[in-house]
Design a protein. Sequence first.
Length: 345
Amino acid sequence: MPMDERKSRVLQAIVDDYVATAEPVGSRTIARKYRLGVSPATIRNEMADLEELGYLEQPHTSAGRIPSDRGYRYYVDCLMEIKETTPQERERLRRVFERKVWELESLIRETARVLSDLTHLTGIVLGPQSQEARFREVRLVPLASDRALLVYITDTGFVENAVVDLPFEVTMVELQQISELLTEHLRGQRVELMGRGALQTLQRELGRYGRLLEQTLEFLSESIQPGERRRVYVSGTTHMLEQPEFRDVQKARQLFNLLEQDAVLEEVLNLPESDTVQIQIGAEIKLQELHDCSIISATYTAGGKTVGRVGVIGPRRMDYGRVVAMVDEVTRRLSGILGRQKLVD
């Protein structure tokens, strides 16, 4: 039985109404509110066909229907209209991202927060993974006569720092020279491939700073341990409590526990790279405990390189057209600031 135009219009009306009301939808409601030009009896027949095809489900407590995973999938693939972000929403985003200098973690945390605030769902951002990056700069900043702050920055904006002991009093000029030599030697190298011999060629030029070089190597090695997981930033988990689907305390507790597990969220967001916003609906999500949810996400870049993912987790009953537009807008702005702005360390 094909999905003809009338069935498509009925399905679209049911999805739109269920998203708006959270109540199962009956044929009389569709006939009264959506002016499809056919009788309630005809709509009822079409709804029965859609249920038989697997696009609708009928809760046992109601005569109305709700969309199934397959119904939502057809809706987002064939019927959904992307809604433009409003001038107020764009102004809010402009204010958030207009800062000229950002610390990377603060930027990503703020991205998750504003996405959650604007969608009233749970915002989630998968941060960069340090091992996949290349060194961009190494700095030594004086703190005292016998200590300095050692910082390395990658091409993805990842920043790590540690306090190191100076073998003897070193001037600011000398620290600057050492920083420049380290940067020249390491720039462009893959962080994950850096081995113990990485700094050996500098021994002749910086022989008198041997202990400082050794501390530098130890710090770099420890900060890029193999298998280190990415940091996952989550904001707005309490928005889920506003959704009828999660008023059940046990279901809400189970969801909240999952949202606290970075490793689980990283696995869920580990999708094939794409240039478009991706939508996972219900059982399409790898984790069974999230089958009552949908995830809308997109990759963000730094310097043209994909480094992480921005997304929203919410109930399957969400305004897909609006959330897709918001995720796309936020992702483009995050990629823009990472591509052109300086990150403070």
